[in-house]
Design a protein around this ligand. Structure first.
Ligand SMILES: [Zn+2]
Length: 156
């Protein structure tokens, strides 16, 4: 599985954390939602929780919302404590020239299967195996191509 926050290949869990900043008559809230690795869950939880505890309270609605957010965050975090850690040596996938060269011949196949509605994890798994790269690199590659094609569409 690939962490949607940092891209590392590690066990992930679907989480939603909420942050609230009260500014008397206004308030600013932020949500972190997605499948994350334990490392990102840990850092997001502490960042959001410390913000809630210090800046969360300043306002009528904030005084109600912040405890609810904080309880949600703590419960979600506790549920993740039993998760497997990010494997030692796991790194964010990198797109090197070598990886791109390996993936180029299977690009058409990759997009045909994705357009055919196949599950991304499954397609990435088999394409990665065929091309001799990692699944995270396939995801990164697909994402880069998608971004590039959107840029093309915007500039023409
Ligand atoms: Zn992560």
């Amino acid at each position: 599985m690939i962490c949607q926050a940092c891209g590392v290949e590690a066990p992930t869990k679907k989480v939603t954390f909420y942050q609230n900043i009260g500014a008397l008559v206004m308030r600013f809230s932020k949500t972190a939602d997605g499948r994350m690795c334990k490392r990102c869950i840990h850092s997001t939880f502490w960042k959001f929780t410390l913000t809630n505890l210090t800046l969360g309270w300043w306002g009528a609605i904030s005084m109600i919302v912040t405890p609810v957010y904080t309880i949600n965050n703590v419960v979600r975090y506790l549920m993740c404590l039993g998760m497997e850690c990010v494997p030692a040596g796991a790194a964010e996938p990198q797109l090197t020239d070598d990886v791109v060269a390996r993936l180029q011949p299977v690009t058409q196949q990759l997009f045909d299967r994705l357009n055919g509605g196949e599950d991304f994890e499954r397609v990435a798994d088999s394409v990665a195996l065929n091309a001799g790269v990692t699944k995270g690199q396939v995801a990164l590659y697909a994402h880069a191509l998608l971004m590039a094609s959107q840029d093309d569409a915007a500039s023409t």
